[in-house]
Design a protein around this ligand. Structure first.
Ligand code: R5P
Length: 294
């Protein structure tokens, strides 16, 4: 098996190959002035190639993945596993207006053709129950960072109240709470636009409490910022944030600080200064579980 990654800030390829005791190489990528990419893989590839890339800011990355996967097959690979700790284009899962492209479905078919196995973490699946419904390949594995979040919180000296900022976060916050042995509640969110949300907190005792907001991803950070403001208004003493995918675009971190968030922790699905725990051990287990083709 050969683990191939790209020259991205994320170091999953090296960490994975160490977990799996396999070979690792980083694909050489040159960007031409016109925006096209030239890729160079190792001269020889084995039958099983693991391509590793987190797919935030995805458009160029997807084209390069396609080039790499096809080239690996041309060079003799019979089995391609794609490890994408953050999986892109999963949020648009329905056409809300006539003509709107359901990118989740199209991307699922594209990735299923590209790789025999796909392994990801906490994909944004709201209206479907299993990743295999979206990615119809041999194996489509959706891991969750929530148990690791729970273990992280269990090592924390205080006993915070966990709060999920919206209905969808129930699955992550409940798992993290169970693993850490903590209480949790889930708020209700109404989204009005990319950067505008309203959050209403459920009845609970927030006064003088340490609260940790738990969610799958933070993009603009507005969801968590509005939740933090509501928690402070309700008397919370301290608010921290724990997420699977730290996208944190533009001014997201400043927005959180202004909303009174003290600390932010994340998995290393996307390289970010807030990374607090590594996904490589879980990703490696999933690769072992899916196995090699006979
Ligand atoms: C939505 O349901 C997700 O779980 C996140 O809450 C959302 O995508 C976060 O986006 P933003 O940080 O832009 O509010």
């Amino acid at each position: 098996m050969l683990v191939l990654d790209f020259p991205d800030p994320e170091q999953h390829g090296r960490a994975l190959s160490e977990e799996l005791d396999s070979h690792h190489a980083t694909i050489d990528v040159h960007h031409f002035p016109d925006g096209e990419s030239r890729l160079r893989l190792p001269e020889n590839v084995p039958e099983h190639v693991v391509l590793c890339r987190s797919l935030h800011q995805p458009n160029q990355k997807l084209v390069e993945l396609l080039l790499a996967a096809d080239a690996a097959r041309e060079m003799g690979a019979r089995q391609i596993t794609l490890v994408a700790p953050y999986l892109c284009y999963m949020r648009q899962d329905a056409a809300f207006r006539p003509g709107e492209v359901v990118s989740q479905r199209l991307m699922g078919r594209f990735l299923a053709r590209l790789a025999d196995t796909l392994i990801t973490v906490d994909p944004h699946l709201h209206r479907v129950s299993a990743l295999s419904e979206v990615i119809p390949n041999e194996h489509a594995v959706a891991l969750s960072a929530a148990p690791a979040m729970g273990e992280f919180l269990a090592r924390h000296p205080s006993e915070p109240l966990l709060v999920g900022p919206d209905h969808e976060s129930q699955q992550w916050v409940s798992t993290a709470a169970e693993v850490a042995g903590l209480e949790y509640v889930v708020a209700a969110k109404t989204r009005h636009g990319d950067r505008t949300v309203d959050i209403s907190l459920p009845e609970a005792e927030y006064k003088n409490r340490h609260v940790v907001l738990v969610d799958d991803l933070a993009s603009t950070g507005r969801t968590l910022a509005v939740a933090s403001t509501a928690l402070h208004d309700a008397g919370a003493e301290r608010v921290d944030v724990l997420v699977s995918h730290p996208l944190f675009f533009d001014d997201a971190m400043d927005t959180l600080a202004q909303a009174g968030v003290k600390e932010v922790w994340s998995s290393d699905s996307v390289a970010h200064p807030t990374n607090a725990f590594a996904l490589a051990p879980f990703l490696a287990d999933a690769i072992r579980y899916c196995g090699e083709r006979p």
